[in-house]
Design a protein around this ligand. Structure first.
Ligand code: GLA
Ligand code: ZN
Length: 694
């Protein structure tokens, strides 16, 4: 992480787009100070401004920006400009342009569309990065390397295809092995020469998964190419690249191993439905994933919008309180940096109407600017948490891109056109655990499970024998392993396990046989009935219901409609010194929540009992714990705080005893109340006129 004593606060900043109007650049720094900004990400799409023609460098504007920042006590997250290729380069070397799945090479323009394999592009990137590193190695403003931008996507060019073949040779050694792994005899797809292997064929499910693995590896090795000169010249400056949550093609667990720190771009869209708390818990899921990538340590928000976005169907403004809450929510979840896209709205281009701290009007009187200033002040009061890892949760939930890719690539399970079933299963279980008052960490499938009491693996559709054994060992050593529908259908080549699901060897570990799986119509529901913790459970399942036969496991709930009525759907099995539990259908929310409440009670897990959508989070701080209390609802909620005294961030007033939480309320405890109160005091913002440089 960039070293700092307070939460770093800033935005993507494009001074190179304003070189024609130097007054704006001077004004920017003054405005940054007004919102208590500490930093900015500079140069993300600036390659042509840095190198207008091959080997000709124009660093003066960046020199001036860096100097101006240093002079004003601000730091720079210096971007490498690879997110968008210069037009001259793109025209000179067509091979650096991506080829789409239909074999068409993309024209110059757009962005995020380079070929990750092209040696020409890799060399060009390494060259400009080396120049940047040499020039700014000792500059006091340089705090972090921001590598490229939202690196992702696929390229199907001949270079990538050849690299894919090499990757496959490495993985399988021989075509015989590859044909076996891909079950290639099906539809006569046996390959007799490596050159026959395409980059895309949806009828070869093993190929689909390997292609995604390969592309992911290409991105990681591209990242490493970018970082090599930076690490050589500026070993003291950390490197990150901005991730995109659960983006499909990027297995960020692998990326995390090579990056120095983790950063994410997150844009929770305003939701007009009553259940805004669900969306907010969804953001908590993403934040927990980032904490997981960071090995439990603090991480960064590299981009969020201070108001609306411009790329959604309906680009609504955030309601009062929402933005402040979203920022504090991220900090409560371990973020030590909060940056926006974007600092100032450009006058033209695709994102001229995207939310920004500084509007086209340019002054300080706008609602968004004032809110950003308020956020900046609140973040200052949260300095005691900076650099301190949040406490570990008692429950780990596995998020595994490999299982997602295998499920996605398999025709049959209700996937594909039905969207991202895998992530949905993970988010639903996460939300239910949190609604049951239990804290959750997100971990990789190869994580060390031993610090946890419970490991939850939703829809772990593909898994290796080794993973199955590790999870079973975790249970047998006294842990609780909870799995759900779609567990253990295929191996890591996307080939089905023989001997009955769940495989491999899990039939015994879970004590049942999953004979077949029913995919329901969209509006169909089946009844589920059971009893937990002495309470009757009556709920529904939708979407996916497995037809299960107990083979030693205890039945906690059964299906009560359909031809498989009476068959178990929630089961528990003793395993060694611990236990395994299985939920064989996509339950309605209350069903999951009841199950996890029961589990928490049975295992005596630490848990909080709060109204729905009210969240209390503790983050360790230098002077003791800092507590956050949020109302994720868009309606008021009554709450009894007892003896606890919090401060309402919106007005700086202390709250204790019986209180009414306002819509999207945020309360704090454990930071200097006076600071938080000061945060809420209205300040008189200078006008644009006052800020004009003399
Ligand atoms: C992404 C990009 C930014 C910007 C924002 C807009 O996160 O990284 O450059 O386009 O989206 O929301
Ligand atoms: Zn390519």
């Amino acid at each position: 992480m960039p070293s700092c004593e307070r939460v770093l606060y800033g935005a993507d900043y494009n001074p190179d787009q304003w070189l024609h109007d130097p007054a704006v650049l001077l004004e920017d720094v003054e405005l940054m100070k007004k919102v208590h900004a500490t930093s900015a990400s500079v140069g993300i799409f600036s390659w042509t401004a840095l190198e207008p023609s091959p080997g000709v460098y124009t660093f003066d504007w960046l020199d001036e920006t860096m100097d101006r920042f240093a002079k004003n006590g601000l730091v720079v997250f210096l971007a490498t400009p690879s997110g968008s290729k210069p037009m001259w380069m793109s025209e000179l070397y067509p091979e650096i342009r991506r080829v789409n799945a239909h074999g068409q090479r993309e024209p110059s323009g757009g962005r995020h569309n380079h070929c990750p394999t092209s040696p020409v592009y890799r060399q060009a990137v390494a060259r400009i990065n080396r120049e940047l590193a040499k020039r700014y190695a000792k500059h006091p403003a340089l705090a972090l390397w921001h590598i490229g931008n939202e690196l992702n996507g696929e390229c199907h060019c001949p270079l990538c295809k050849n690299a894919f073949h090499d990757w496959l040779k490495q993985r399988y050694g021989s075509l015989e092995e590859l044909n076996r792994a891909w079950w290639a005899g099906f539809w006569n797809h046996t390959f007799t020469d490596w050159s026959q292997i395409p980059t895309i064929d949806k009828s070869i499910d093993g190929l689909c998964v390997d292609w995604l693995r390969f592309m992911n590896d290409q991105h990681v090795s591209f990242l490493e190419t970018e970082m090599a000169p930076l690490r050589e010249i500026t070993p003291q400056v950390p490197c990150t690249t901005n991730m995109m949550g659960t983006n499909r093609g990027t297995n960020y667990w692998k990326w995390s191993k090579t990056l120095d720190c983790i950063s994410n771009d997150i844009y929770p869209l305003p939701d007009d439905r009553a259940d805004t708390w669900r969306k907010s818990l969804g953001s908590d899921f993403t934040h927990s994933l980032m904490r997981g990538f960071a090995g439990g340590n603090p991480w960064m928000i590299m981009e969020c919008s201070p108001s609306s976005v411009n790329w959604s169907k309906i680009n609504k403004l955030k309601r009062p309180g929402v933005h402040l809450q979203e920022v504090m929510q991220a900090v409560a979840n371990g973020a030590d940096v909060v940056h926006y896209f974007q600092w100032r709205k450009g006058l033209g281009g695709f994102e001229k109407f995207h939310g920004a701290v500084v509007d086209h009007e340019g002054g300080t009187e706008g609602r968004v600017f004032k809110e950003c200033a308020e956020v900046g002040r609140v973040l200052r009061s949260l300095s005691p948490v900076v650099g301190i890892a949040p406490a570990r949760a008692p429950v780990a939930l596995v998020y595994d891109w490999e299982a997602r890719w295998a499920l996605d690539s398999s025709a049959g399970p209700k996937a594909g056109t039905y969207g991202d079933r895998y992530t949905e299963a993970c988010v639903e279980n996460f939300r239910a655990l949190r609604s049951a008052g239990v804290e959750v960490d997100l971990v990789a499938v190869d994580a060390d499970f031993s610090p946890y009491r419970v490991v939850v693996t939703p829809a772990l559709y593909s898994l290796s024998t080794e993973t199955a054994r590790r999870l079973a060992d975790f249970a047998s050593a006294g842990g609780t392993w909870v799995a759900t529908y779609l567990t253990g259908y295929v191996d890591t080549n996307n080939r089905c396990w023989r001997g009955g699901f769940p495989g491999p060897c899990l039939r015994e570990v879970f004590g049942f046989w999953n004979e077949e799986v029913d995919y329901l119509f969209d509006d169909e529901k089946v009844l589920v009935q059971g009893a937990f913790s002495g309470l009757d459970l009556l709920t529904e399942a939708t979407d996916i219901v497995e037809h299960i036969h107990a083979e030693g496991a205890t039945t906690l709930a059964t299906v009560e409609s359909e031809f498989y009525a009476g068959s178990p759907i929630i089961l528990r099995n003793d395993w060694g010194m611990g236990q395994t539990c299985y939920i064989g259908a996509r339950l309605a929310e209350e069903g999951y929540v009841a199950f996890y409440q029961h589990l928490a009670k049975e295992l005596d897990l630490p848990r909080l009992s709060l109204p729905r959508g009210v969240v209390r989070k503790t983050r360790l701080g230098a002077d003791g714990p800092v507590e956050f209390l949020f109302n994720y609802n868009r309606h008021e909620v009554a709450l009894d705080l007892g003896e606890d005294t919090f401060v309402r961030v919106a007005d700086g007033k202390p709250c204790r005893g019986k209180i009414t939480l306002r819509p999207y309320d945020s309360l704090l405890k454990g930071v200097r109340v006076s600071d938080a109160a000061a945060a809420a005091k209205p300040v008189s913002h200078p006008t644009r006129h006052e800020l004009q440089p003399s």
